[in-house]
Design a protein. Structure first.
Length: 180
């Protein structure tokens, strides 16, 4: 199968799995917009060419947020993709606060592929926090999210300078917008 076919197979699969989900902002965008944006950031800003990383980016929330399993991804897209998806999947049996703490602690130990996916994920979410935030989030909660994102990203540095610089500029702009 060609690389393009595999990429589009992943986009098609993720779109179907996320089909009933919406992002939390008041625009209520289809959920799939987010993983597609994460993959697009990786190529456009991060200059990534590795198809497995791009596929894992497209699939990065399927196990966490839909009934998709590691085994399914392993069968369809192979072990490298499945293991990167699992690296960026939170354990949903843990309380929210614990999961947030673990993301900060685990970040430095991720593979280079998973680090870049996580960095693009935080970029996409903080862009949303600035421009299309979850409904009912106070200014304080939005600022707390940005700060937590910075703490996670501190552990992801050293792998993709373009993404890191883009993140650093974004955080300054996002804080200005949230406070305005
Ligand atoms: P959530 O984890 O509930 O929501 C953020 C996540 O939602 C993102 O990481 C993203 O994950 C997804 N998401 C979906 N739509 C959007 C969007 N439009 N913009 C941004 N993200 C979106 O929230 P928190 O990160 O705040 O986690 C809960 C924590 O917040 C708890 O630890 C609690 O203590 C604290 N809290 C704070 C409050 C306050 O006022 N300060 C109030 C209540 C709780 P993905 O990439 O996976 O889609
Ligand atoms: Zn995500």
């Amino acid at each position: 199968m060609s690389k393009t076919t595999k990429l589009l197979q992943a986009a098609n699969f993720a779109a179907r799995r996320h089909r009933r989900q919406k992002r939390k902002g008041e625009n209520g965008e289809p959920y799939i917009n987010h993983p597609l944006e994460v993959a697009h950031l990786l190529t456009r800003i991060g200059n990534l060419k590795d198809t497995d990383i791009l596929i894992a980016a497209i699939l990065h929330d399927t196990v966490e947020d839909t009934k998709t399993t590691e085994e399914e991804i392993n069968e369809m897209f192979g072990k490298a993709v499945a293991s990167m998806v699992m690296e960026v999947t939170d354990d949903k049996t843990l309380p929210k606060a614990e999961r947030k703490k673990l993301q900060v602690e685990h970040a430095p130990h991720l593979s280079d592929g998973a680090k870049q996916i996580k960095l693009a994920d935080k970029i996409s979410n903080i862009e949303d926090i600035a421009d299309n935030p979850p409904e009912d989030w106070s200014i304080e909660r939005r600022l707390e999210y940005i700060e937590w994102g910075e703490n996670v990203v501190a552990g992801l540095r050293g792998v993709n300078e373009n993404l890191e610089n883009y993140f650093d500029d974004l955080v300054v702009k996002a804080r200005e917008k949230v406070k305005a």
